[in-house]
Design a protein. Structure first.
Length: 297
């Protein structure tokens, strides 16, 4: 179990009191069960009342991976569990409505329609998803999503400065009959899907840049982030030209560009057949990395 005397708990309490404007009774949390193994048992141990945000027919086999709506009590032992154990998988909710009304409202947005009218899961309880979703939403769409919620807040993912995301419900009433229903799910717009793609790409580039700095410090540590991101963009462009588009292969191609340049990639892969290019790319990456390690690269 987490150390309930975690030093960050007092700072978290101050942050949450600011988020809920001092009204602790309106404070809730949504925690992603897929990112916190044993979440239900931990919440029971604290103890905190919690409610599954899934359909009644969801089987026990998947219940552990579903989000849980938590009736938050900012006691020291609770905050010690949230910071840092649960915080990355949590969105805090300010809502004065009864917990069951809030739960039923949130369930409306678990399954939405994508641009092809296919039903997909909307992970609005993940800070990495809710931010681009709300940024791309119109005021009417935000009002629909917020419903009885006044505010959402969460730590900004991977922000070294510790800043928080915060979204407030736009003023105004929800249009009559506009709320999503099982037979009429919320439909993602083109703006939503573009925002998700842009955000996913930005996070991928961030991961690749961090990987390059860790694995090839002699070449990457002195480079600015903008230059390394441009290199990842070049890897995506060249990968598309060569038919090498899997994320793993694009990362390897970025390594090749860092270690040997664009000409090395084209010379080694241009004549290869599409089926053999991933294997040739891996071999080229390994050769260049070995040369770098021996001081010949």
């Amino acid at each position: 179990m987490p150390d309930v005397s975690a030093p960050g708990s007092s700072a978290l309490r101050e942050r949450l009191l600011e988020v809920c404007a001092g009204d602790e009774s309106s404070l809730r949390a949504i925690v992603d069960g897929a990112r916190v193994p044993g979440l239900a048992a931990l919440l029971d141990h604290l103890p905190l009342r919690h409610h599954l945000l899934g359909a009644a027919e969801d089987s026990h086999e998947i219940a552990h991976a579903l989000p849980r709506l938590v009736e938050l009590e900012p006691r020291p032992e609770v905050l010690g569990a949230f910071d840092p154990w649960l915080l990355p998988a949590t969105i805090f909710v300010v809502c004065a409505a009864p917990i069951e009304q809030l739960r039923m409202h949130l369930k409306r947005f678990l399954v939405v329609l994508d641009g092809t009218r296919r039903e997909v899961l909307l992970r609005f309880y993940d800070p990495r998803t809710v931010a681009p979703f709300l940024d791309a939403s119109t005021d009417d769409e935000r009002r629909l999503f917020f419903g009885p919620i006044q505010r959402l807040a969460a730590p900004t993912p991977s922000d070294p400065d510790g800043r928080w995301l915060r979204f407030d419900r736009p003023p105004g009433a929800v249009l009559s009959g506009a709320l999503p229903a099982r037979q009429r799910p919320f439909a993602l717009s083109r703006a939503h899907e573009d925002a998700f793609r842009s955000d996913s790409l930005a996070r991928y580039e961030t991961r690749v840049v961090a990987y390059l700095r860790q694995v090839h410090p002699a070449r990457a540590l002195g480079q600015e982030d903008a230059l390394l991101r441009a290199l990842v963009g070049a890897a995506r462009r060249i990968g598309a030209e060569l038919g090498v588009i899997m994320g793993r292969d694009v990362t390897r191609l970025a390594e090749v560009l860092l270690l040997g340049g664009e000409a090395a990639a084209h010379d080694a892969l241009g004549a290869a057949g599409p089926e053999t290019r991933p294997a040739q790319l891996l071999a080229l990456r390994d050769r260049l990395a070995a040369a770098e390690a021996s001081g010949l690269g």
